[in-house]
Design a protein. Sequence first.
Length: 97
Amino acid sequence: MGVAEIIYNSTCPIRKVPVPELSKLYVLERFYRKGIGFRLMNKAEKEVLENGYKKFNLEVYVYNARAIAFYKRQGYKSIGTADFSMESNTYKSLVMK
């Protein structure tokens, strides 16, 4: 159905401070609009709190309007943009907290 992954030894690309990162939140398309992404997000937030952190960051491709809208509905706000390199390509990501 879906997966969420948190990296605890991450650094915010904007503020350059250590902060956990939601590195992956993925729901299979056939399970869209069933609340699975919302439940995964809540579970990730709860885990971060249980591990002694008050917040985490995430990065999302600037042209992924569906994901950005989802994160905004969850209360996340943009704090800037960062470049994300994958192989020989560079992509612009929105950094949210």
